[in-house]
Ligand binder design. Structure first.
Ligand code: 13P
Length: 255
């Protein structure tokens, strides 16, 4: 298998820094020496630094949940790529549907962030996915294509393998309604075909495409065994050490 599975926890707006430290300390003890699966935790900004310290020397990597594309300046409330790199952040979630929906992030704005992240040696976890209305009207693939092409505009072939894509059907996020393996694999294979068009086959085969949306230990093995599902971006089930470590074990068990 050329693509190592990746399990990333998106903690969203949960956990104070002491709660975050407690959770990550458990994760380090349980899965901190895992080498057959890449593990990323994405706490809120206020906990990045303490979580970064707690994972030092382990194989767990640090991710942020958002960033601004400008290097510095008068952008009250924002955080730059350089600030994230200075505390050893490796990944950054960009274009999450909650950012698109609640904070009005457009495809063009997300594209600027993707380019700024790559320029600063951060690996974007770029989220795309359709709403329920879009799925029901048969436009899932069109929606995903529009997002992906706009969000990746100007990304060079050299840097494309640093991008991680997360397919997150909006109707499956936090709802307990997981996409069927067929629904998920269909979109993942379609995303892979778009990556082939954009970057060529060799690069497209190296890019990891994660599934996100009510992924739990019970449904993970089937999803993760699909050809183009290379891991998961986990919300609710990442907030508790037991379920997150079970997901990591599921990913490790897939051959
Ligand atoms: P849930 O796993 O809670 O559905 O959240 C998925 C998600 O949005 C991860 O980014």
């Amino acid at each position: 298998m050329i693509r190592k599975k990746l399990i990333a926890g998106n903690w969203k707006m949960n956990k104070t820094s002491s709660d975050a430290t407690a959770l990550v300390t458990e994760l380090v003890a349980e899965v901190g020496r895992t080498s057959d699966v890449d593990i990323v935790v994405c706490p809120p900004f206020t906990s990045l630094e303490v979580v970064g310290k707690a994972i030092e020397g382990s194989s767990i990597k640090l991710g942020a949940q958002n960033m601004h594309h400008e290097a510095s300046g008068a952008y009250t409330g924002e955080i730059s790529a350089a600030m994230l790199r200075a505390i050893f952040t490796n990944y950054v979630i960009l274009g999450h549907s909650e950012r698109r929906t609640y904070f009005g992030e457009t495809d063009a704005f997300i594209n600027k962030k993707v380019l700024a992240a790559l320029k600063n040696q951060l690996k974007p976890i770029l989220c795309v996915g359709e709403t329920l209305a879009e799925r029901e009207s048969g436009s899932t693939l069109k929606v995903v294509q529009t997002q992906l092409e706009a969000n990746l505009e100007g990304v060079s072939k050299d840097l494309a393998t640093n991008v991680v894509i997360a397919y997150e059907p909006v109707w499956a996020i936090g709802t307990g309604k997981v996409a069927t393996t067929e629904q998920a694999q269909e979109v993942h294979a379609f995303i892979r075909s778009l990556l082939v068009k954009l970057f060529g086959d060799a690069i497209a085969q190296k890019v990891r495409i994660l599934y996100g949306g009510s992924m739990k230990p019970a449904n993970a093995p089937e999803l993760l065994s699909q050809k183009d599902i290379d891991g998961g971006l986990i919300g609710g089930a990442a907030l508790e050490a037991r379920s997150f470590t079970d997901l990591i074990k599921s990913a490790a068990a897939v051959k």
